[in-house]
Design a protein around this ligand. Sequence first.
Ligand code: GUN
Length: 281
Amino acid sequence: MTAQKIDGNALSQQLRADVTRRTMALKVKGITPGLAVILVGDNPASQVYVRNKVKACQDSGLHSVLEKHPDSLSEAALLERIEALNADKTIHGILVQLPLPSHIDAQKVIEAISPAKDVDGFHIASAGALMTGMPGFWPCTPYGCMKMLESIGYDLKGKHAVILGRSNIVGKPMALMLLQKNATVTICHSATTDLKAMTLQADVIVAAVGKRNVLTSDMVKPGAVVIDVGMNRNDEGKLCGDVDFEGVSQVAGYITPVPGGVGPMTITMLLVNTLEAAERI
Ligand code: GUN
């Protein structure tokens, strides 16, 4: 069996066309959705991520500002900037790129963002809303994974979804979203004793560990849907995911590639959240 690829670039293009259309409709009413992106320090990966986020906003007609601060920025000064952006009527979404320097308490910074502008979905209020099924912003990466499942018309009801990784950004919110769609959900992590026994039962596998070849073909049930959230480099320095793509493609029913899978979807859902933050006003 050769798996069908779920193309994150193609799906993103479709969804972004809708974002552009809705943005134009808001602009007619005098509202331009605005995103503020804050970068502290000079982490090279973060610099690429924030550049891509700002460019995606511009391409879809959203307003965006990128604030770059030196590594030496104090926590108090960062909290002050967030207060100012919370009050700024031209800004509907605020994103503080993680990781932050170690002298800054990242959770404290996230909690300072107004939940109405928390387009990353990392605030405790957003996490609580997701957990209880109330309206709120969903974290962009798992939200993008859900859109990919939706794009293939996959009915999660009664299916067994196995998630590899329990981060607050991906694994845990992913579990809640799948649960909301009536899947039976298992979260595996570094202390899971027999990972293969778990993944072999899965109809859907979401790999979000951050390590190459965490999922190999012998661990996948024929026909399963495999979503690869990983962003790693192989020995040649090329971008690759957590899944052995070549091997798993021979067994799975559907698979997302890296690059061109979840990555573009994460940014797309950030645009969707920012647009919706503006629409809610
Ligand atoms: N660092 C890695 N991924 C993310 C993300 O989705 N949002 C933010 N703010 N920082 C990140």
